[in-house]
Design a protein. Structure first.
Length: 81
């Protein structure tokens, strides 16, 4: 199946794109996609604990299963003022 990964802020800088299409197994989870990206882009590893995962616009945890066509947003911590 295919999911669309939407990295934001620092994560987008690391992966070099605002959107990535990924082929994943039928039993893929949000956290599994994150780990696959971290293997490809090792600079992501330190951001794992602070990155929020968003499936189709809703915050999810790493164990959340994904479905074909899902969008997975990767939101690093951010601040404002």
């Amino acid at each position: 199946m295919t999911v669309r990964v939407l990295p934001f802020a620092r994560i987008r800088e690391i992966v070099g794109s605002s959107a990535l299409e990924r082929r994943v197994a039928g039993d893929a989870t949000a956290g599994g996609v994150w780990h696959d990206l971290a293997r490809e882009f090792p600079a992501l590893e330190p951001l794992e604990r602070s990155t929020r995962l968003v499936r189709n616009g809703a915050f999810v945890d790493a164990a959340t299963p994904l479905a074909d066509g899902d969008e997975l947003g990767l939101l690093p911590p951010f601040g404002g003022g």
